[in-house]
Ligand binder design. Sequence first.
Ligand code: B12
Ligand code: SF4
Length: 493
Amino acid sequence: MTRPPFLDPAVATDRIKPRYALLINPFYPKDPHASFGKHVLTPTLALTSLAATTPAHWELRYWDENLLDGRPPFVPMPEVVGITVHLTFAKRAFELAHWYRSRGSKVVLGGLHVLSCPEECEPHADALAVGDGVPLWPRILADVESASLRAKYVATYESDYRQDPPPKRSILPRKSFLTTTGVIATRGCHNRCGFCYLATEGLRMPYRMREPRQIVEEFLADGQPYAVFVDNNLGSNRGYLRSLCEALRPLEKIWSAAVSIDVTDDPSLVRCMALSGCTGVFVGFESLTDQNLADARKKTPKAADYARRVRLLHDRGIQVNGSFVLGFDHDRRDVFSATAQWIEENHLECATFHILTPYPATPLFRQMEAEGRLLHRDWALYDTAHAVFRPKHMSPEELERGYAWMYQRLFSHASIWRRRPADWRAVPAYLAGSYLYKRSNRFWRLLIKHHLVQATWRPLIELTRLRHLRFRQELVRGDSQHRQRSNVVTAGV
Ligand code: B12
Ligand code: SF4
């Protein structure tokens, strides 16, 4: 899980197969402190989105190096290799690009890092795709066919998202992911936190929504019981989220998504989410210190109100995976124990930690650069598991040790037990999930290698779905009892 597959320099060039494109998600090393499971939860939609726009006369193959099936295929040699590039695996992407280019393939690089650092990527590609790849990919293939490939293609994110075809999930190795229904309903976010990739200079991503009907069709077509929304923030537009929930409700399936905690401003929306199958949310709390949140320019409720909001989600059967960023300027050495204690007191079923990381071309990066606090520009270490800047109130080593300690503590038997749900009926599934997800990294390696991820998780997902459907009935019954009681009161008056 830490070393990429070997790219043999001795491999001779095979014949180039015309009209054959290979799409690659490059390898990145996994942080041993966190769960390996999250890397096979659901695939990135970058490549399936491109696959959906590939003309029918092109043969297409998908290769994710993180699924431990070895190096990407090279017999026959693809005419075009499309590689998605994030900063943490940029180096690996460039190695792959070099290997295929030197054997005659045309290499196209696209993705987040190409948008934030195009000059760095340019020497490694025959063509760069900057921005939304959906309109660009078919144009690029057409230019390959007419031998008129250009060095750079640019597209904005301002198009009507509803016009995009659904991602082509049929190219995915289904057994290798907990669910292949990674789905995206919205683009952008109402916030623009200074540390987030969305604040990258030059990136304009207006909030765009797909029709709820389109999401339902995708969910049904993939035949999975569980969908993971990979939207940056599914809760940015509450009216939209409500209509999406109403459309999902009849499916009797379950889903999870990243939302900001302000969705709890409207308890009726949280109930609507629960009734539509939402069993878990990933919430970027980021920090329990208001000054840190203000520095990051995050529009969010006061941290003192977070606990009440977590209860609101729990009361509607929605588990909370809290995401916390460590190393902000108001964080002192006690931030680790205080955050861990808060997570336990509030029974967060899961927690994810990130060391504050200044992504290139973001406001945070500019600030750190101006203050001379960046330690290096080795992007491979900009993975939120390493301190790449000098924190204000501790050393980088202390920050890294504190981060590792957080995972050790939260993944410990005692902490898992302390955070169990109040409803005892939810405890067995919670414990099974926690142990399988958080304490089984060696086991994960085997599951991934032997394509057993989906088979192992399926029973737990089905159990969760059935339990959720029962809970849903209780929620509706509880409401009608509540209504009857209020009618009696009204009649009495
Ligand atoms: C799913 C996901 C994951 C999955 C899978 C990741 C993977 N690479 O396999 C998991 C859970 C494993 C994961 C892990 C991590 N992730 Co992540 N993840 C996402 C998420 C939620 C969705 C990605 C997605 O499917 N987007 C939708 C697709 C369609 O958009 P896209 O990738 O930008 O692709 C479009 C264009 O860029 C372009 N394009 C992309 N590739 C290519 C290639 C070609 C050839 C072409 C022509 C075009 C093209 O076309 C596409 C269509 O428009 C994003 C947030 C988001 N909503 O994007 C974060 C995000 C990518 N993750 C992020 C981070 C930080 C991480 C972690 C480092 C966090 C951690 N510590 O655990 C890890 C480690 C992964 C790593 N080392 O890269 C950051 C990246 C920041 C950055 N500057 O790189 C993001 C942006 C979240 C955020 N807002 O901060 N992640
Ligand atoms: S709320 Fe989340 S997705 Fe939105 S800008 Fe802030 S960190 Fe990024």
